[in-house]
Design a protein around this ligand. Sequence first.
Ligand code: SF4
Length: 255
Amino acid sequence: MNIELLKKHLQKNVEETTTEFQKREDIVCRFEKPMMAYINAEDELFDAFFARGLNDHPKKIYRPGKCIILHYTPYAEEIVTRNEAAKEPTEEWVRAYMESLWLAMELNRTIVRTLQSQGRLTSYLNNMMEWDQKTCRGSWSHSLTAAIGGLGKIGPAGSLIVNGRYGGRAGGIITDGLYAEPPKEPLQGEPEEVVREILRAWEKPGCSPEMIACCPAGAISEEGIDKFRCQKYCLKLNEHIPSSDVCGKCFKYGI
Ligand code: SF4
C-alpha cells in the first residue's frame, strides 16, 4: 500500500474506532473527529527536551522508530463550555479526562494493528497511566510532541491548544515507517529559544487577575503557576494521573 493510501486508511480506522467507542454503554462523554500528525522522531527538538530532562527521547523508547503517529481527539464543545461556566471542574469534564484516556489507548491499538498488517515495526510510546509526583509529569509528553509536530501549542499548566481550542486528548505510537511530514506550523527559533518559550507558556505565562482568580487551588500568582499546588488539587480529582488536564480551569487564558 502506498503511503498516502495508508494514511487515509489509518484516518478511517481511527475515526471508526472513535465512533464504535462511543457506542459502549459505559461511555457517557462525546468526542469529535480525531486529527492525526506524522512527526519526525529525529527532530532536533526532541534532543533539546531530552537534554533538560523534560521528555524522553523517542530513540530511548524505540530505537528503530522513525516516525511518531500522533492523534488528538477534541472533547465535544459543550463539555468545554459547561466546564468553563462552572467554578470548579464539572463531573463531566473529569469523566471526559478518563474516557478520553481509554479512547486514546484504543486508538493506539487500532494504529498498531493497521501498521502490523503492512509489516511495519511499531511500539507504544509510554504507559499512559504513568505519573511522577516528584516532577509533576510523566516521562513522555504527547502535548510536547504535538507542539514539535505543529499540531498545537503549549499553554498554561502544560495545556495543549489546538486550532484555538483546548479540551482534548493526545496519544500516539512510534513506527519504523518513513511517514513523517514537515510540521504545518513549525516552532520558530533555535532549540534553546523554543524550549524557553514553551516553559514560559507552561509555567510563567502573563497571569491576569482573572486568571489568578479562576484557579480553585490558589496555584496561580503574578509569578506564575505553582505546579505542586496544581498537582495537589488535581490529585483530589484523579488519584492516579493528577495532570492539570483533569482541572483545566486556567487553560482558556492560553488561547
Ligand atoms: S489547579 Fe486548575 S486552574 Fe489551577 S493551575 Fe492547575 S489546572 Fe490551572
